[in-house]
Design a protein around this ligand. Structure first.
Ligand SMILES: *Cc1c(COP(=O)(O)O)cnc(C)c1O
Length: 403
């Protein structure tokens, strides 16, 4: 028998969403007439913007013509999309990113999971806790040690960098954050960049929710901080920004100045390593999907997708205020589509999950599912239609307003 990669056996059981499903099913069987409201998933709720859908259909029709047909595309992405990203996501905000530093992909989940391949197994990894599980699990699969930095109310859910001299080779940052809804200020990002440069670490900056930042003074890209080009890789996705969770399109920026080293001490370009990895293992994002992504940058596409984000953020505002009125301590929801609440009486987050389901028929996500520091907290998502959100607020207020 072939030996397996035993690091897979070191993974914590992926029980969060299956366990939620199991509890919801059991509740439904016990109370078949209950109308359950779901604020638990991290998936968008609104249909594709018309500009995106039209571009998709135009591109599909083009492929059915002799002149318009395309087979394999460039594995790094088509120039029309790379140029649009360069101009709209970077140059327009004063950041210069070269075309050969941008890699179009089929998702930030894949990029977040695959990037670790270009680093040595011996590299140490730092994450903030609670955490998007992909950063942890993909490094556990590779056999790496993980250090956790707790995100707490005391540090405004924006931990680190460590001040006790703790080092790491790779650190994953997610801002705006899933699940806490927190956001890193320019000063906080600058501290991380200074720490990374000091200890020779690479920062993997996941900006999947950058479009939800409502304060124009907050950085949307880590490259808005001086010195980040030498130490940071950035991930961005069309998933949450434009409803591409099913279509699949994202991109990764690896600046040419970002380097790693060999055991012998030689310096190697991370961009070149990543280009080699992608050329070997990836054959590109479908042409029609890249056309749809480019349409997000058209005047209509921007206006329509910004309206979708405004809709979700109005949901978040209502949830925040409604939950505060019901007596909850609520965080996040200002620059991210997630609300992070402290459970009443510091109840364990799975107990609160059951209580919310029983008393309000609302499904959320227990904080403990995102890491040890998530215990005692609970995530609610603003990715829902307005009626669901308003009804959920009414029910939660009815169930919890008097303790
Ligand atoms: C949703 C999400 C992504 C986006 O993943 P895709 O694969 O691009 O859909 C990335 N990071 C975080 C933290 C997310 O929540």
């Amino acid at each position: 028998m072939a030996r397996i990669n035993e690091h897979y056996l070191d993974l914590a059981a992926g029980y969060l969403f299956p366990e939620i499903g199991r509890r919801v099913t059991a509740f439904r069987q016990a109370e078949p007439q209950a109308r359950i409201l779901r604020l638990g998933v991290g998936d968008v709720a609104l249909p594709l913007a018309p500009a995106v859908s039209e571009a998709l259909q135009r591109a599909a029709a083009e492929l059915a013509t002799g002149d318009g047909f395309r087979g394999y595309g460039p594995e790094r992405g088509y120039d029309f999309l790379i140029e649009a990203i360069r101009q709209h996501d970077y140059a327009a905000r004063g950041t210069e990113i070269a075309a050969d530093e941008i890699f179009i992909s089929d998702g930030s989940k894949q990029d977040a999971g695959n990037l670790q391949e270009i680093f040595a197994t011996a590299c140490s990894v730092m994450v903030t806790d609670p955490v998007y599980p992909v950063y942890v699990d993909t490094n556990v699969m590779a056999g790496r040690e993980i250090q956790y930095l707790p995100a707490t109310e005391a540090n405004g859910f924006a931990p680190g960098p460590p001040e006790d001299g703790a080092r790491a080779d790779l650190a994953y940052l997610c801002s705006p954050n899933n699940p806490t809804g927190g956001v890193l200020s320019r000063a906080a990002l600058a501290r991380w960049v200074a720490w990374a440069r000091d200890c020779g670490a690479v920062l993997i900056f996941d900006a999947a929710y950058d479009a939800y930042i409502s304060d124009p003074a907050l950085p949307r890209s880590i490259y808005e901080v001086d010195g980040a080009r030498e130490c940071a890789i950035e991930l961005r996705s069309f998933s949450k920004r434009a409803g591409f969770t099913g279509l699949r399109c994202a991109y990764c920026v690896v600046p040419s100045a970002c380097t790693g080293r060999t055991a012998a001490g030689g310096e190697v370009s991370l961009r070149d390593l990543w280009a080699r990895r992608q050329a070997t293992k990836f054959n590109g994002v479908p042409y029609i999907v890249q056309r749809a992504a480019a349409a997000v940058f058209s005047p209509e596409g921007r206006q329509q997708t910004e309206a979708q984000i405004a809709y979700y953020m109005e949901n978040a505002r209502r949830l925040r205020e409604g939950l505060r009125k019901a007596g909850f301590a609520v965080f996040g929801g200002e620059h991210a589509p997630y609300l992070w609440l402290r459970t009443p009486n510091a109840d364990p987050s799975w107990d609160f999950f059951d209580r919310l389901l029983r008393q309000a028929q609302v499904v959320g996500t227990p904080g403990a599912g995102f890491g040890p520091a998530g215990e005692g907290y609970f995530r609610l998502s603003a990715f829902a239609d307005r009626e669901t959100v308003d009804e959920a607020i009414t029910r939660i207020q009815r169930a919890f307003a008097h303790g």
